[in-house]
Design a binder for this molecule. Structure first.
Ligand SMILES: Cc1cc2nc3c(=O)[nH]c(=O)nc-3n(C[C@H](O)[C@H](O)[C@H](O)COP(=O)(O)OP(=O)(O)OC[C@H]3O[C@@H](n4cnc5c(N)ncnc54)[C@H](O)[C@@H]3O)c2cc1C
Length: 462
């Protein structure tokens, strides 16, 4: 009987994946690689085969890659039905059916939700519609932005200095364009990496000729008589004349289509357990609805079981693989998604990488290199433990710090390193914004796990 069930999980039934991008594709490939022989359907609202997003704010803007040719490499044949160009519009979990916007319905036995996030638009609708006000999330966005940049705008205004805004500013400067960046916080990258690293980033901005305005908000965009953007008004009463505005205010999770479905889905994503099974709105875990990628929020033992929402490429891949495995495995064979967060970015010629969850850091300590050289490793501490690390042009150390995070190594760090360590190096406050800000991530603590117990393995075998 049990063998029949296990056999059925692997060989038969219908699996539907909503969201045909990085997480959706990698999940589909894993399902087939692990022997799923049933019916597989991928539903995606974009009209394209799955493509890669990181190049969109990097090589594509510089004209080094064509936005229409950033397809994700395929790892294997997946023999699936593709429903592209049509969004899923509703979910009925009682009869196990996904409703599409064109009226069709697709039945499933098991469902994977991988609908990701979208760029948060400029909040004033009439201003958002002005010609020359752009976003960057999709391939179409990147193609439109590239066209505008190539046409040589008088001045580009970027609203928001997170990773995306910073990469766009960097590309603009590389193209020789005048660029202003307006940021509400005191420095760029502050929400992701804190004020100490934000200070280094601000120096990079200045050295590269960006007009950086921090501690200000854009209060309004102004159009000309034919509806083209011509200026932005800032909270310090200054006015920036601009003919191209890129709104880079973070993202919104694509969960609206699940309204009324009974799933625990909302603006912060879809909560799931470490095995990627979605919670329903009562907090009871479902057994046939799974979540992966940017849209998911899942608890992580290393980070106080906080439900982490990660917009990281590597997380989408790792979580999709775990979700797919668990979808076709009996409970005894299921695995937890315990990926240690890792992120990369390149801007102003600097390669930035992080591991762990920097925004949880209370303090930061520069352990290799120096801030002045812009080549360093900063290690973040939380309650006496190493919780994260960031490197600027110093990647080789990050794997080591990942292991330190996994084993709950003490902070401040004390071991000698082969790198030169200037005297007097002390931890200082990491200087993150108020944790109650919505961008800081939800803090739900379920129970405690001490990494020093060493009971969990965080690095997958492959
Ligand atoms: C410009 C840019 C640069 C980036 N750079 C980096 C980087 O340097 N490093 C890094 O680690 N990460 C980076 N990322 C993040 C990385 O690309 C994401 O983490 C990754 O794309 C997440 O994959 P996903 O499949 O979960 O979501 P997505 O890629 O967002 O895919 C979700 C898909 O679902 C579709 N969808 C949404 N709603 C529906 C619906 N109702 N029905 C059907 N389909 C739907 C969406 O349109 C989309 O195609 C970058 C992202 C962007 C946009």
């Amino acid at each position: 009987m049990v063998t029949d069930y296990v056999d059925w999980l692997r060989r038969e039934g219908r699996i539907v994946i909503v969201g045909a991008s990085l997480a959706g594709l990698r999940a589909a490939e894993t399902l087939r690689a692990e022997g799923f022989a049933g019916e597989l359907t991928l539903i995606g609202d974009e009209p394209y085969d799955p493509y890669d997003r990181p190049p969109l704010s990097k090589s594509v803007l510089l004209g080094r890659a064509d936005p229409l040719h950033t397809e994700l490499p395929r790892r294997r044949e997946i023999d699936a039905k593709w429903r592209l160009g049509v969004p899923a519009a509703g979910l009925d979990m009682t009869v196990k059916r996904v409703r599409l916007a064109d009226g069709d319905e697709v039945e499933y036995d098991r469902l994977l939700i991988a609908t990701g996030v979208r760029a948060r638009p400029w909040p004033k609708e009439s201003e958002a519609q002005l010609d020359g006000v752009l976003l960057l999330r999709t391939r179409n966005d990147a193609a439109a932005l590239y066209r505008r940049l190539k046409a040589g705008p008088h001045r580009v205004l970027i609203i928001g200095a997170g990773f995306s805004g910073s990469e766009i500013a960097s590309a603009c400067r590389e193209m020789g364009l005048a660029v202003t960046v307006a940021e509400r916080a005191g420095a760029p990258l502050v929400g992701a990496l804190g004020g100490v690293i934000g200070g280094v980033s601000a120096e990079l901005y200045h050295e590269n000729g960006v007009d950086l305005r921090t501690g200000v908000m854009v209060t309004g965009l102004e159009g000309d008589s034919v509806g083209r953007v011509k200026a932005a008004h800032l909270s310090d009463e200054s006015v920036v004349e601009t003919d191209l505005v890129v709104v880079s205010l973070g993202s919104t999770r694509n969960t609206e289509w699940l309204t009324g479905s009974g799933l625990g889905a909302g603006p912060r994503g879809i909560a799931c357990d470490a095995g990627c099974r979605a919670f329903d709105f009562r907090g009871i875990v479902t057994d046939d609805v799974f979540v992966a990628g940017d849209v998911a929020r899942s608890p992580h033992a290393l980070f106080g079981y906080q439900f982490l929402s990660l917009e990281h490429w590597g997380n989408a891949v790792a979580q999709a693989e775990i979700a797919a495995h668990n979808m076709i495995s009996p409970s005894s064979d299921r695995r937890p998604h315990l990926w240690v967060p890792a992120f990369w970015s390149s801007q102003f010629g600097v390669n930035i990488k992080s591991v762990g969850v920097p925004p949880m850091g209370e303090q930061i300590m520069i352990t290799q290199g120096s801030l002045a050289d812009r080549r360093f490793v900063g290690v973040y501490g939380y309650q006496g433990r190493v919780i994260a690390a960031v490197s600027f042009d110093n990647t080789r150390w990050l794997e080591f710090y990942q292991r330190e995070i996994e084993r709950g190594a003490p902070f401040p760090v004390e071991y000698p390193t082969v790198d030169r360590r200037p005297e007097g190096r002390q931890p200082v406050p990491a200087d993150f914004p108020d944790p109650s800000l919505p961008t800081h991530g939800p803090g739900v603590t379920l129970s405690g796990y001490s990494p020093t117990d060493r009971q969990l393995v965080f690095t997958p075998a492959h």
